[in-house]
Design a protein around this ligand. Structure first.
Ligand SMILES: Cc1cc2nc3c(=O)[nH]c(=O)nc-3n(C[C@H](O)[C@H](O)[C@H](O)COP(=O)(O)OP(=O)(O)OC[C@H]3O[C@@H](n4cnc5c(N)ncnc54)[C@H](O)[C@@H]3O)c2cc1C
Length: 458
């Protein structure tokens, strides 16, 4: 046993779940996160089985001055779900969920992925706005905002969060809702993992499916400019029930392409009518749009974003798809080094866009999220792929009014970008941080600095 691992004996005695260190054979598998570019070596990984395990882990780390990384579904591309030398609170063993069909509510533990959550809620014909790739964790996605196919009708994931149980930096377990600790409840709806460790989420569910109308159409890359101009116009007139995204990518046949994906929440005939213009435009070279199980829609993009691949991402909110932005994006993609990479345009619209900016900590209630996603497999190609993302990001800056999705911030972006992610809500978040985590114990995230003045007055 190494000296490093021996200090965790005390924690092992207290915990129901395993405490994994470099001395354990599972260590290498346990320290990995979704993004294979991240290669960090925590001192230990506490695989928590209950809120009591989380309390034990938080207290243990705080008392010994260990940094804490919190991991739900491990999808943070920045690698916030792991760290060098600290303690990882790992939720992969906490996947409990209780659906109450009568009240249309679900209580879900933070180790669940969206595919697991959706399967349970769909058994009762229910769903809530969740991520568009099935193995993304519910925890990190919810705490950062959460856009998805249902947002136009139901709002973002944070808009459907009813309450949460949170372990604070002191080790105290509190409930956060509109009635209890409302400031904390406001802050965790977009403020990420800055305020404590969430051990249970309560969501509002809605009748969805089992069949909806959705899917994807694909056009040749040569027509991308026309397709994106059409998409931009179509988006302006799209009803709340229809959420549509566009993507520049490489199709499975190896050719560059431009796709439009969408989902309609409502009657099948209405959905078919709403999506018809998307099927008729072009025509597309591949048409996979029509009635589809909601669970199928939720798996639509899974293969495009596989785990254990090297990833470098940057993102921004753009106001619209102007001709200049379209031209810049197409030009950038014509030089993409990896066929796995893509440029995504996902609007914040409908119900999601009508929530006031200060109603929750998530501030970006309009615009189009633009993701510049580089994915590749050969580690020797790192520089080329990172350079492509950075130069694409530089090129789009004239079209960016400011603002970035906190959940797609990289680990090399700096404080100004973190402030952009929280926008006008940063000052209030900073005050609430000072109340709940004045020592900034939870800092391995898009970090909100505790306000000094506020710290003295609480
Ligand atoms: C393939 C892919 C697809 C995506 N698709 C979407 C999408 O459709 N919509 C969307 O909105 N976002 C999407 N994202 C972004 C996604 O929201 C973030 O990656 C998010 O961090 C994922 O949550 P996680 O639990 O898997 O991540 P993790 O890496 O486990 O956690 C990320 C961070 O969240 C915090 N956190 C996690 N769990 C807890 C907890 N229980 N308590 C307190 N803090 C916690 C911590 O700070 C942690 O470092 C996608 C990301 C990927 C990689």
């Amino acid at each position: 046993m190494t000296i490093e691992s021996s200090i965790f004996e005390e924690l092992r005695l207290r915990q129901r779940g395993a405490v994994i260190t470099a001395a354990d054979t599972e260590y290498d598998a346990a320290r990995r996160v979704w993004n294979a570019l991240i290669d960090r070596r925590p001192a230990a990984i506490a695989r928590c089985h209950s809120a009591v395990d989380v309390i034990g882990a938080v207290n243990f780390a705080r008392e010994r001055g260990l940094a804490i990384a919190v991991r739900g579904g491990a999808h943070s591309v920045a690698g916030n779900g792991t760290c060098d030398g600290g303690l990882v609170i790992d939720f992969s063993a906490m996947k409990g969920i209780r659906v109450d069909p009568r009240r249309r509510r679900a209580r879900a533990e933070p180790g669940l992925r969206w595919a697991e959550f959706d399967r349970e809620t769909q058994a009762f014909g229910l769903a809530t706005t969740g991520g568009t790739v099935g193995d993304t964790g519910i925890a990190g996605l919810t705490l950062g905002g959460g856009f998805g196919w249902l947002e136009g009708t139901l709002g973002m994931t944070v808009d459907n969060l009813v309450s949460a149980d949170v372990v604070l930096a002191t080790g105290e377990l509190v409930h956060a809702s509109g009635d209890e600790n409302p400031d904390l409840f406001w802050a965790i709806r977009g403020g990420g993992g800055n305020f404590g460790v969430v051990t249970s989420f309560e969501y509002q569910l809605h009748p969805i499916g089992p069949t909806i109308v959705g899917g994807l159409v694909i056009h040749p890359f040569e027509r991308a400019a026309e397709v994106l101009a059409f998409y931009s116009e179509f988006l302006r007139g799209a009803p709340d029930a229809l959420t549509v995204a566009a993507v520049i990518m490489t199709a499975p046949d190896g050719n560059k392409a431009c796709g439009i994906a969408g989902a309609y929440v409502g009657a099948i005939e209405e959905g078919e009518a709403a999506l018809r213009p998307l099927k008729e435009f072009g025509p597309p070279i591949l048409d996979m749009m029509g009635p589809i199980p909601y669970l199928g829609q939720q798996a639509l993009l899974d293969q495009a974003m596989p785990p254990n691949v090297l990833n470098y991402w940057k993102a921004d909110f753009v106001a619209d798809l102007s001709a200049g932005l379209i031209e810049t994006a197409i030009d950038a993609y014509s030089r993409v080094p990896s066929p796995m990479s893509s440029l995504l345009f996902f609007p914040i619209h409908g119900a999601a866009s009508r929530v006031p900016v200060d109603a929750t900590a998530f501030p970006h209630r309009r615009g189009i999220h633009m993701g510049i996603y580089s994915l590749w497999t050969d580690s020797a190609e790192r520089q080329r792929n990172v350079a492509w993302v950075r130069s694409t990001w530089d090129a789009i800056q004239p079209f960016v009014p400011g603002g970035v999705y906190v959940n797609e911030l990289g680990d090399d972006e700096g404080d100004d970008r973190v402030r952009e992610a929280y926008g006008p809500n940063y000052a209030r978040l900073s005050q609430i941080k000072a109340k709940y985590d004045p020592q900034n114990l939870f800092h391995l995230n898009a970090n909100i600095k505790p306000a000094r003045v506020a710290a003295a007055t609480f």
